[in-house]
Write a protein that binds this ligand. Structure first.
Ligand SMILES: [Fe+2]
Length: 251
């Protein structure tokens, strides 16, 4: 079979999806300094999942608050809103066959438009925005679609190398139907020159895997005079799976 023109990979066949061990980065990546202590030093133990880990809770839309999917307003005072470029982030959560996955809880967190997190250990000099909290959540609909509103986060420096900066990004937690099914990833923005300089991004060996983490600007989905839109699909399994940082090789 011919290769996929997007990833240059051979299409998947059969029911079983072999894990591609070159797709995710190694847990031990010395240029990403904290990976040195975080990566396993000893042989791994294999534990069987028990029923409580692989069943429930099942999330429904009724657990969401009215503004949970609107980071522009969910922390803001009455009549005010967060500062920064207003955006919509939308997309689908897909299984290995490209089918939408319903009922997936997505939790997101991010820095404000100046690159500053609302966290007591945050050390960056950029200002806090009193109207921006930096986290929200939503649940996929029956076809696996999701959307939320926010402001575009700024890049920020971090203590790794002498002058390392994180590209603008939004952290995603993807929660399935059991506590053993939580996956973590990051979304980047099309055209950001810091993406390819980032030591965390550079732990990913395959350029196509990085490109799957970059949301495309979608002018068709923008709201004129209100918000630009970025499209970000998350693939849960298979050879074209999104990179999940808590599922690194060796973890
Ligand atoms: Fe971050």
């Amino acid at each position: 079979m011919s290769a996929d023109p997007f990833t240059n990979r051979k299409p998947e066949t059969g029911a079983f999806f072999q894990r591609d061990r070159s797709w995710h980065p190694p847990a031990f990546s010395p240029n990403y300094k904290t990976s040195i202590l975080r990566s396993p030093q000893k042989a791994l133990l294999s534990l069987d999942s028990t029923l409580s880990e692989i069943t429930g809770p099942v999330f429904g839309h009724n657990i969401l608050g009215e503004l949970d999917d609107d980071l522009i307003h969910n922390f803001a005072k009455q009549g005010e809103s967060a500062i920064g470029p207003r955006i919509i982030v939308y997309g689908r959560v897909l299984d290995e066959r490209g089918k939408g996955v319903p009922g997936v809880l997505l939790e997101v967190w991010q820095a404000n438009a100046g690159g500053r997190y609302r966290h007591k250990k945050e050390g960056y000099v950029a200002a806090l925005d009193p109207n921006f909290g930096g986290c929200g959540r939503t649940i996929t609909d029956g076809e696996g679609n999701y959307a939320f509103r926010t402001v575009k986060p700024g890049p920020y420096p971090w203590p790794n190398g002498v002058n390392d900066w994180r590209p603008a990004h939004i952290h995603f937690s993807v929660f399935g139907h059991g506590f053993a099914q939580r996956l973590i990833t990051q979304m980047y923005f099309e055209g950001d020159p810091l993406i390819w300089r980032c030591p965390i991004v550079r732990t990913i060996p395959d350029k196509a895997a990085v490109e799957m983490l970059i949301a495309a600007l979608d002018m068709q989905a923008t709201i004129p005079m209100d918000a630009c839109a970025y499209k970000f699909d998350i693939v849960l399994r298979g050879r074209r799976s999104s990179l999940f940082e808590n599922r690194l090789e060796g973890n």
